[in-house]
Ligand binder design. Structure first.
Ligand code: NAP
Ligand code: GLV
Length: 310
């Protein structure tokens, strides 16, 4: 049996290797430093392995992303093209993402930042009405996470619709696709939630042209990837009032540089890429199952299509 490489950039890989061994004691799970024979590496479970390293493992059977996204793997120009790549599919992540997006939508809808400021008065306003009918949530990406979020928004009594690459029919949900579908969705949404994978087609999709279609005072929630957002266009849309607020969990550069203007912009709800952090216990169950599958010659769960980029 080969070695299972476990690598988490900027963090300690040891707890992950330990969890793998706890759930499957027969596995020889190791961090990068402990790999003495590259030819023994059978599966690589990774978050941001430095580019160029995958090609050094000649007997690799699977690259397993330690995330729902695989952009960090596909961005390696030297990745061996014949090795399958899988993403994490874990219901735990859907629930966590739902909680995060709900928090952002309700913070904007129920004007929590304004309510907090009233304490300074103190001021007791009257006649405040929160119009839930004005909350129309458009979800970009109707995959595992996007569908969970769209359904949760409907569960809160908000209108929801979604957009995907291929045409979809989902009970009770207005589904759009293609460039015209994107424009229709944006024009009908006072909240846009980005839950797309980062690909050549989706990079920079959150831009001035899209914001311009939305009603004034809208909310943008980007929980996809930083590369989806044109940052200068966001600032302009906030300044013009087209967007009232933006909840950003992901950034072009992470950690967000200390001198980045977003830190000081109170219209931006900032979180440090924690919308749906991977859970070591539940994700490891998915890793163990995929190791079993590749060893049995079966396709892994979450197998991605490199041509599509997700
Ligand atoms: P998924 O199941 O693969 O779904 C991706 C969705 O995006 C699909 O509906 C797909 O359309 C759609 N899509 C892809 N390219 C498109 C395009 N060019 N135009 C329109 N729609 C397109 O992925 P997921 O598990 O829901 O995760 C989505 C992304 O969320 C991940 O890739 C990652 O970047 C991000 N994420 C962030 C966090 C965080 O903590 N911030 C956590 C987890 C994931 P089809 O259905 O037609 O294929
Ligand atoms: C996190 O960002 C993920 O893609 O799982």
């Amino acid at each position: 049996m080969g070695v299972i490489l476990v690598h988490v950039a900027g963090d300690d890989s040891a707890p992950w290797a330990e969890e793998l061994k706890r759930q499957a004691p027969e596995l020889d799970a190791r961090g990068l430093d402990a790999v003495d024979d590259p030819a023994a590496v059978e599966v690589a479970i990774t978050w941001k392995l430095p580019h160029g390293l995958y090609r050094g493992f000649p007997n690799l059977k699977l690259i397993q992303s330690m995330a729902a996204g695989v952009d960090h793997i596909l961005a390696d120009p030297q990745r061996p093209a014949q090795v399958p790549v899988a993403r994490v599919v874990d219901p735990w992540m859907g629930r966590s993402m739902v909680h995060h997006v709900t928090l952002a939508v309700l913070r904007w809808h129920r004007r929590m930042d304004w309510l907090e400021e009233l304490r300074a008065g103190p001021t007791w306003p009257t006649g405040v009405v929160f119009d839930a009918d004005a909350v129309r949530v458009g979800v970009l990406g109707l995959g595992h996470l996007g569908q969970a979020v769209a359904k949760a928004m409907q569960g809160l009594g908000f209108q929801a619709a979604g957009w995907s690459r291929s045409p979809k029919s989902i009970d009770g949900l207005a589904c759009h696709h293609g460039p015209d579908g994107l424009r229709e969705l944006a024009a009908g949404s006072s909240v846009l939630v980005c839950l797309l994978p980062l690909t050549g087609e989706t990079a920079g999709i959150l831009n001035a042209g899209l914001f311009e279609l939305m009603p004034p005072g809208s909310l943008l929630v980007n929980v996809g990837r930083g590369g989806h957002l044109v940052e200068a266009d966001l600032t302009a849309a906030l300044d013009s009032g087209r967007l009232a607020a933006a909840a950003l969990d992901v950034f072009g550069t992470e950690p967000l540089p200390k001198d980045h203007p977003f830190w000081a912009d109170r219209r931006i709800y900032l979180t440090p890429h924690i919308a749906s952090e991977i859970n070591p216990v539940t994700a490891t169950r998915a890793f163990v199952e995929n190791i079993r599958r590749v060893r049995a010659g079966e396709p892994p769960i979450g197998l991605i299509d490199p041509a599509k980029g997700y």
